[in-house]
Design a protein around this ligand. Structure first.
Ligand code: MLT
Ligand code: MN
Length: 321
């Protein structure tokens, strides 16, 4: 199974269009070691021919241009795409806006929870994805789904599960508990190639066959999540902020990571600490916000992350599992 991080930044990208803070300035000025990053998305394939995208970012057009495997093959039909499936992990703008770029009547299947499908249904602009060519299929909040595109199975299965999070920013209800967040608003995914996961004699899904976890948004790490992740070969995890208050500290906004539904990376209670006793072959941060000091090569935050065995995801990063 091949995974390719096609967008490693959080919403806004790096640099963000309106951001003049030091990190965005540094990448705009092309200072050494500062990598431009597009918004959050990953591609996966079992056969290197048919691909599933995990989230469709507003930068998808550029991401396809940067990724030959996602372009129509030279010997292919006049219209078509190796992208057969899009799996959504939430309804955030950085994860659904790219669907609009996938119009023009090429068959495709979108998988998402009922909550996220409802957001697409409620916003009529998504009707540009004509229902007779783009199918929408519901993912369970908890369960295993063998994903298939318009021409058949991709040889990939996704195990979906709820993670602590928050409803999309544009759907927040200030009068409601948790801003109106409900089950299915944010999910994590265990991805594997091959046959659907089978429950063992004890009814538990076989963990040893799970290859990769993709969790770009997560507000907390609890024991259930740790138990699920333990022994996996790869974790791509929410790296939005290093410090919970870094947006305020940088003077660019008031919101904390917690308020945005993102667990911070560093220090007490952060994701490095919370996941330190979970066995993982590789651990990689994705969905990195433009304020995150790990984006500065050699910074204390970057050293803390790499020193703890984490990798910092980047656009074009390939994983062969
Ligand atoms: C998030 O990850 O918190 C959202 O993508 C923020 C946004 O809507 O830009
Ligand atoms: Mn986001």
């Amino acid at each position: 199974m091949k995974l390719r991080i096609i967008g490693s930044a959080a919403g806004g990208g790096f640099p963000q269009w309106n951001c003049n803070a030091p990190l965005s300035r540094a990448v705009r000025e092309m200072r050494p070691g500062f990598l431009p990053r597009t918004q959050s998305s990953m591609a996966a394939s079992a056969d290197s021919e048919s691909w599933a995208l995990f989230n469709a970012s507003p930068d998808i057009r550029q991401q396809i241009a940067n990724t030959p495997e996602l372009q129509p093959p030279p010997d292919g039909p006049l219209r078509g795409s190796p992208i057969k499936v899009v799996v959504l992990t939430n309804a955030d703008v950085d994860h659904i806006a790219g669907l609009l770029t996938l119009r023009e009547r090429t068959p495709l299947v979108i998988y998402a929870t009922a909550r996220v499908l409802k957001t697409l249904a409620d916003n009529s602009i998504f009707q540009v994805l004509a229902a007779d060519v783009v199918e929408r299929r519901e993912l369970p909040i908890e369960g295993v789904t063998e994903i298939s595109g318009p021409d058949g199975p991709l040889g990939l299965s996704v195990e979906t599960f709820a993670v602590p999070g928050k409803v999309a920013l544009f759907l927040e209800d200030n009068a409601a508990e948790g801003f109106g967040t409900a089950p299915g608003d944010t999910i994590g995914i265990a991805l594997r190639a091959g046959d659907t996961l089978l429950p063992g004699a004890d009814g538990v899904l076989r963990r040893d066959s799970v290859r990769a976890y993709y969790i770009p948004g997560c507000a907390a790490v609890d024991d259930a999540l740790k138990a699920r992740l333990d022994g996996a070969s790869c974790l791509l995890f929410d790296g939005t902020v290093f410090n919970d208050t870094e947006m305020r500290d940088a003077g660019v906004g008031e919101k904390t990571g917690k308020r945005m539904g993102h667990l911070h990376i560093g220090g007490p209670g952060g994701s490095i600490e919370a996941l330190s006793d979970v066995a993982l072959d590789r651990r990689i941060f994705v969905h990195i916000n433009n304020t995150n000091p790990i984006l500065e090569p050699g910074s204390a935050a970057e050293r803390a992350v790499t020193g703890a065995g984490w990798e910092i995801g980047y656009d074009g990063m390939e994983l062969d599992l």
